[in-house]
Design a protein around this ligand. Structure first.
Ligand code: ZN
Length: 253
């Protein structure tokens, strides 16, 4: 299995437009973060998790030429607003399979109604095959994918376990029964917004406590705000098996 971090930044990305914050002005490539997304590949199957505003550039930058599934965590704009740019994949491959909670599917249908239309379709619009995710395992490319339920402020969010890899973003609370699903996983990715507490995201302290409960071999932090600090400085403060993810980082499992 190959994992490619397409983006590791919070909703505005880093740098933030017009910001003079030192992290936004950093020349370190690892301090430049597109909106959060990850590419997971196994046995020739290609799955992208979320489809945010930077999707087009992320596909170009990673050289991704084929998508077999798009899996959504939730419907916030930083996770869905690149959806129109699935068109090149649709033109080459036909209908693109998407997987999401029914509420997320409804939101996509509202915002991108032309993709879901069955009559009087605009000839250039993409089309998809729709798959509802419930909180139970589903099959993707011969692999059992396990949804992990959590909440993001008041909103339900799905994380996913792909065999030995678990990807959780935009989480604030995860029940013990859900944590059981990812216990002792080899690689855990989890959102870590900043140092200060936040109403809908783990801060650094909460993320580290969560990692201790899950007990993975290695953990990577994502959905990072400029307020977390410089990549190189924050990384020095982390436990031995915890790392900051950064854009274009690749992991093999
Ligand atoms: Zn987000």
């Amino acid at each position: 299995m190959k994992i490619t971090f397409l983006g590791t930044g919070t909703s505005q990305g880093i740098p933030i437009i017009g910001s003079k914050h030192p992290v936004c002005l950093s020349n370190n490539k690892k301090d430049k973060r597109l909106r959060v997304s990850v590419l997971v590949e196994w046995n020739g199957f290609t799955c992208v998790v979320d489809c945010g505003p930077d999707f087009r550039y992320q596909m170009l930058r990673s050289g991704c030429e084929k998508i077999d599934a798009i899996v959504f965590t939730h419907e916030h704009s930083d996770h869905v607003m690149g959806f129109d740019d699935i068109r090149p994949f649709y033109f080459r491959q036909g209908d693109i399979p998407i997987y999401a909670h029914q509420r997320v599917l409804d939101s996509l249908k509202q915002r991108f109604d032309y993709v879901f239309k069955t009559e009087n379709r605009y000839p250039g619009a993409a089309a998809v095959t729709v798959n509802e995710i419930k909180n139970k395992p589903f099959s993707l490319g011969g692999l059992e994918v396990v949804p992990v339920n959590g909440t993001h402020g008041g909103l339900q969010v799905f994380g996913f376990r792909f065999k030995d890899f678990a990807y959780l973003t935009d989480m604030k609370r995860v029940e013990a029964v859900e944590i059981e699903k990812i216990k002792n996983v080899k690689i855990l990715v989890v959102n870590t917004l900043r140092i200060e507490p936040h109403h809908s995201h783990f801060n650094l302290e909460e993320a580290l406590a969560f990692i201790e409960k899950v007990n993975p071999e290695k953990a990577y932090l994502t959905h990072i705000s400029h307020l977390l600090g410089f990549h190189d400085e924050v990384e020095k403060t982390l436990p031995e098996n915890v790392f900051l993810a950064y854009d274009e980082l690749e992991l093999n499992l």
